[in-house]
Design a protein around this ligand. Sequence first.
Ligand code: SF4
Length: 225
Amino acid sequence: MAKKASKAARPRLSPALRAKAADIQRILDELFPETPIPLLHEDAYTLLVAVVLSAQCTDVRVNQITPILFARADNPADMAQVPVEEIRQIILPCGLSPAKSKAISGLSKIILEKHGGQVPDSFEELEKLPGVGHKTASVVMSQAFGHPAFPVDTHIHRLAARWGLSSGKNVEQTERDLKALFPEESWNKLHLQIIYFGRAYCPARGHKPEECPICSKYFSGGVKK
Ligand code: SF4
């Protein structure tokens, strides 16, 4: 069973902040009513491997590599048999290949030996796997198992700050603030909607708050509002 996130004391939130959060959620629902999972996968295990590969790599690149990797091994038992160096060669284009190949091999062996070949359905056990931090565990809990989670990466952290939804100094604080602001049943979808928003509206260069449907109203980067 999933370990329930502890309900720590909720910060007091002003009505204005709650109204802003609700409005941003409404805009995101209009812009991105559908939120397909960007990483190709067949099950919890292939999603877990894909998320490990996605660290500092684009989803497009990961989706080019995983079909090759999964043609070789798409389950923990088969992957545990593949030499780490062979995994490394296959995943080379994703970057950080020495660490990622060791993690994929190591987590496959642990899932096989300790969890009967099934990806564990709990934050605690997922975060014990090599290469799996809280964000990766949150993605798997949310997208593979449907448990409420709010994976916060640097992009979501930055957008939450720009919209004035969080003044968190790190992703952990931002995750706590976003969870307090939005209804639990919307976390899984909102995480993807914010990712899609960033991809569609945040160019690599040039930051033009007036041209964007949310930033034109709520940008709080210290320049416009
Ligand atoms: S102004 Fe544009 S680049 Fe800046 S946060 Fe908003 S959408 Fe992203």
